[in-house]
Design a protein around this ligand. Sequence first.
Ligand code: NDP
Ligand code: PYC
Length: 337
Amino acid sequence: MTNTTITIDALHERVDAIFRKAGLNPVQASAITRVIVAAERDACKSHGVYRIEGALRTIKAGKVNPNAVPELLPQDAPAIVKVDAKRGFANPAFELGLPVLVERAHSCGIAALAINDAVHFSALWVEVEALTQAGLAGLAMCPSYATVAPTGGNGPLLGTNPFAFGWPRDGQPYVFDFATSVAARGEIELHRRAGKSLPEGWAMDSDGRPTTDPEAALAGAMLPFGGHKGSAIATMIELLAGIMIGDLTSPEALDLLGTTTLYPSHGELIIAFSPQAFSAGRPGNPLGRAEALFEAILDQGARLPSQRRFIARAASESGGISLSAQEIEQLDRFLKQ
Ligand code: NDP
Ligand code: PYC
């Protein structure tokens, strides 16, 4: 079957219409449309239009507040910005907190945004990239729901807990963003749909035995990346972006939801740093010194994270986004539902 190419704006219009029809208020619909379309534009298929189905299921199941208008909470500490997502999606809560976070990070040198009570399903690079556009470095992280076994363990406990970092540059920023599991859960589901086996070392079945069968992996547990190192980073995310900000850990999020077929509710932590403030009084411009490091990496023939994404973005901006016949059929069906 042939693919269809559509413009970024046309995809945005369609996805936004789907979410409004599903009952989301404009603030929710437009914010989640922006991240889904950005993921599809940048060829991040595991968090693009594939995510619409799950978001619609979560709305239909009453697990997200379709009318939520996130609220900026009164601040006790100048460097801590808090946003209550009001059981809506995390994305409009981030958009609300972003300008305050940026202003605080510039004035204090470092600031953090804690988002609470948010339904989360999206990629985090969008958020750290927004910080880099304001001249800041940033970290973003959140728990998920229990689908990953700790290293040495035998069943789901940690989340796929994504971790993203961004550093500002004149052109495209340095950004990485990955799940702390070997692969995002969306990748397992995409393998299942395509009838493909998983690479070895991604998952265990429900008896704790290694498996390459996506069905068995979805019923069992995924593995952390890098063995005990990824396991510890995922645990740190449970502590900082779950317990520390007074929100749910991945096992608690799964207990509350009772299923992995809907998107979980939990918190998120975003930390912004001003490289200029941290390096004040020290020799050299931090941004210039960073460029020398990036050049040295590239000189070895390595690529920078996000380079693939930026190439995909340029192609989508000039030639549109290519969607499969099945994806187009799904979009049409969702609009009619
Ligand atoms: P990937 O393994 O696809 O990519 C990880 C990062 O590594 C990207 O920044 C990628 O850049 C970079 N990268 C990949 N290959 C290379 C290379 N050879 N050299 C340099 N850099 C490289 O990510 P995951 O599958 O682990 O995660 C996908 C997404 O899932 C993330 O955006 C994450 O936020 C999201 N996620 C969200 C969750 C949630 O609860 N909301 C849970 C888990 C994941 P590039 O893109 O350019 O290839
Ligand atoms: O891809 O692992 C994942 C994921 C879980 C929740 C949202 N994305």
